[in-house]
Design a protein around this ligand. Structure first.
Ligand SMILES: [Zn+2]
Length: 299
C-alpha cells in the first residue's frame, strides 16, 4: 500500500510558498486515476477527496470509494505526495469509518451549529483523528452554494477573524475552510470574489492553514492573489464542479450520471472522459494552483 501524506504534512510545505494544493473531488470513482496521473505528470502534490453529499448524489458508498481509491493507487503507483481527504461530513461514525479505510484527512462540517457547539463537535473529531494520525479540516462561517451540491443549503456568512482565531485555539484543527466570497458549484447567479483583507486579517490572528472552497470558476488571478498574500494565504483549494463539467462536455451530455452509470459507459467513452478530466486537473495545477514541480519540496 502506498504511503499517503496527511493534510497537515502537505499544507505545512505549501503554506506561504506561493502555491496551493488542489483538492479534487472524485465524485465519480473513475476520476481517481486521471487526478493521480495529472499530479504525476506535473510533479505536484495532490489531494483526492469525496464529500458525504456527493456520495449521496452519485450513489456511492464510502467503502466502495475507498476500495476503488486503493486499487487505482496500486495501478497508477504515484510517486508524488497524495492525501486522501473526506470533504464536508457531519456524522462522527462516517468519519471513524473513513479513518478505518485509510483516509489521512477528514473534514467535520459543523458550521451550521452555533459557535460553541461547532467547537465541541469539531474538538471531538480532532481528538479522535489526531489519535489516529489523521488531520482535520473544519469550517467556520458558511460557504454558500450555487447548486446545492456539496452542502445542502446556500446560506452564506463570512468568517470573522477573531472567531477564527478563537475556534482554532479551542479545537486545534489543522486547516480551516473560510467563507470569504467564493461559493460551491458553478457561478450562474453570482460572481465569485475573494475578500483579501478578510483573509489577511484571519492569517494575522492564527497560523491555521486556510482552505478555499468553491474554487471552480473563480478567476486564476483572484486565486493567485489569495495564495500569495504576504505572510501566507490560502494553501488548499477545492475543485469539484470543473471536473464534472469537463467530463460532461467531452461526452456531450447535460445531465450528470451516477458513479455506476459512468462506469457502465463503453470503454472508449469512459477513456475520453477520463482524459478530459486529466487535462483539466493538469491545467488547474499549472495555471491556477501553481503547484507543479512542488513534489520535490517533499523529498
Ligand atoms: Zn466545500
Amino acid at each position: 500500500m502506498a504511503t499517503l501524506y496527511t493534510l497537515r504534512q502537505v499544507l505545512d510545505k505549501a503554506d506561504g510558498r506561493g502555491y496551493a494544493v488542489g483538492a479534487f473531488s472524485a465524485r465519480y470513482t473513475p476520476f481517481i486515476t486521471p487526478i493521480l496521473r495529472a499530479a504525476e505528470a506535473t510533479r505536484s502534490p495532490v489531494i483526492v477527496q469525496i464529500a458525504q453529499i456527493e456520495m449521496q448524489w452519485y450513489d456511492l458508498k464510502l467503502a466502495e470509494f475507498a476500495r476503488q481509491f486503493w486499487a487505482q493507487i496500486e495501478a497508477v503507483k504515484p510517486t508524488v505526495p497524495v492525501c486522501l481527504h473526506l470533504d464536508h461530513t457531519q456524522p462522527f461514525e462516517l468519519i471513524q469509518a473513513a479513518i478505518d479505510l485509510g483516509f489521512t484527512s477528514v473534514m467535520i462540517d459543523a458550521s451550521a451549529q452555533e459557535l460553541e457547539d461547532n467547537i465541541a463537535t469539531t474538538r471531538k473529531v480532532v481528538e479522535y483523528a489526531h489519535a489516529h494520525g489523521v488531520s482535520v479540516e473544519a469550517e467556520l462561517g458558511r460557504i454558500g452554494t450555487t447548486d446545492h451540491m456539496e452542502t445542502e443549503d446556500d446560506e452564506e456568512l463570512y468568517t470573522r477573524p477573531e472567531e477564527a482565531a478563537y475556534f482554532v485555539q479551542q479545537t486545534h484543527v489543522d486547516a480551516l475552510a473560510v467563507s470569504v466570497g467564493t461559493a460551491h458549484g458553478q457561478y450562474l447567479v453570482k460572481q465569485p470574489r475573494i475578500d483579501l483583507p478578510r483573509l489577511k486579517a484571519i492569517r494575522a490572528l492564527t497560523p491555521v492553514h486556510m482552505v478555499l472552497h468553491g474554487g471552480s470558476g473563480t478567476p486564476a488571478g483572484m486565486i493567485h492573489d489569495a495564495i500569495c498574500l504576504p505572510g501566507g494565504g490560502i494553501s488548499k483549494v477545492n475543485i469539484a464542479t470543473d471536473l464534472e463539467l469537463a467530463l460532461l462536455a467531452e461526452l456531450g451530455r447535460k445531465e450528470r450520471l451516477t458513479d455506476a452509470g459512468l462506469r457502465a459507459l463503453p470503454a472508449a467513452d469512459l477513456k475520453r472522459g477520463q482524459q478530459a478530466v486529466q487535462k483539466t486537473v493538469e491545467d488547474k495545477i499549472i495555471h491556477f494552483l501553481e503547484s507543479h514541480h512542488h513534489a520535490s519540496d517533499f523529498e
